[in-house]
Design a protein around this ligand. Sequence first.
Ligand SMILES: Cc1cc2nc3c(=O)[nH]c(=O)nc-3n(C[C@H](O)[C@H](O)[C@H](O)COP(=O)(O)OP(=O)(O)OC[C@H]3O[C@@H](n4cnc5c(N)ncnc54)[C@H](O)[C@@H]3O)c2cc1C
Length: 465
Amino acid sequence: MSSEPRVAVVGGGIAGLVAAHTLVQAGARVTLVEADRRLGGKIRSERIATAVVDVGAEALLTRLPAAVELCRELGLGDDLVPPSQLTTSVWTRGRLREMPGNVLGGLPDGVAPLLRSGILSPLGIARASLDLALPARPLDADRAVGELIGRRLGRQVLDRLVDPLLGTIYGADCDELSVRATAPQLEALARDHRSLIRGLQAARPAAATGPLFLGLPGGLERIVARLCDRLQNAELRCGVAVTRLDRGRDGRYRLHGPGLEPLVADGVVIATPADQAGRILSAASPAAATLLRAIRYSSTVVVTLRYPAEALPQPLRGAGFLVPRSERRLLGACTWLSAKWPHLAASGETWLRCSIGRGNAIRALSLDNATLVRELSAELREAMGLRGEPAGAQVTRWEHALPHYEPGHIDRVDRIEDELSHLPGVALAGAAYRGIGVPQCIAQGRAAAEQTLADLETDVSRGAE
Ligand SMILES: Cc1cc2nc3c(=O)[nH]c(=O)nc-3n(C[C@H](O)[C@H](O)[C@H](O)COP(=O)(O)OP(=O)(O)OC[C@H]3O[C@@H](n4cnc5c(N)ncnc54)[C@H](O)[C@@H]3O)c2cc1C
């Protein structure tokens, strides 16, 4: 192996771009191969009429510092803005009702705020209060969020508070979502406290520690553009899909695919969705490939709507609303973009982002744009009292975009990584594994690059012995 290792990165979403950036910084010769014509994956910002709007990821959670740190490194730190409003409502029992404060994954930390919100019926509140009296039943294994919440707080808390929030983020029903992978704080509460409500009260943060989310005027795709600027010394190959990886007798990897020669590398970071990673690894590691292919995905549709200011019956109070599945609406969530982000308020128009997920996404994918917008605007008229029709609409279909973190997900990822230890220098990164959010994908991209470099280092020192 030459002194400068050659590393291929497959997939040019945020995880792959960060991996490539980390590798270039460490002095590796990097080739990044991306199937699409554009880089950025699920980060996509588009100019729509007077503004640039994110039609994929739109907010960066600050609890995990990786995204803010990366923005600072790329000279974008000072541009990040906190949301003007954070309150979320739930469209239930005939109108929009504000969610109680101090929510952790959609959970209130007391019965009084729930009473005030009107989200639960008296029966639902009585059932939630039982949590204070029910005997402890420690979690013996990774369970579904729905099972844990339903058992402790009842179906209404699940259906009207927790499922709309987590279900929108992960594109899956809480009955199918792993507590350990999607709500580890809840798992800790369930382990350490007899009552979840008491646990939530104890876990309440002492004081506000800065904004929970940040956005980027001009769109998150600016992060992608800045990363590309830092990859001047790397080779970027867009519009080329990798289909297979194998290992030669010389210990080096060969990547195959239409338009690849093949590409020879000492190390490989695979930062594609899991099904593609499974396909690429099917020859080199059939066991890892089988586990990867078992990670299911769901689709989501984002519809960005622009209304004239006078369409609003009164100023928006909050950042948007969620719609429980039991309401049987097309809409899953509506973000009031121009109330949430100061830079979008500047246009004077009302910007709304409608998300349609889970079973409804399958239906929405089959509808033409005009029908989709008509159905959504009718629901918005009913929920928000909006007057008239939108002045503009942009539909973005994200097929098979959100990986399902089913119970046992973390174990599955551990097993995949065990299998890959037989292929030193090959590492995985991205939303399918240890966190779906942009900050988690950034952290995974960096960790995968470091893992690959460490493996190559070990290989060199072994060769020198
Ligand atoms: C609608 C939506 C809204 C979201 N909102 C937020 C949010 O507000 N905040 C947040 O933190 N997160 C959000 N997320 C999640 C987050 O955006 C994604 O999980 C994250 O961007 C995924 O990054 P990634 O690099 O792992 O994968 P991707 O972005 O999926 O990138 C993978 C890349 O691999 C390429 N590829 C696939 N197969 C091959 C192949 N065979 N060869 C070469 N290349 C290949 C793809 O074309 C793609 O570019 C949202 C996601 C969606 C879909």
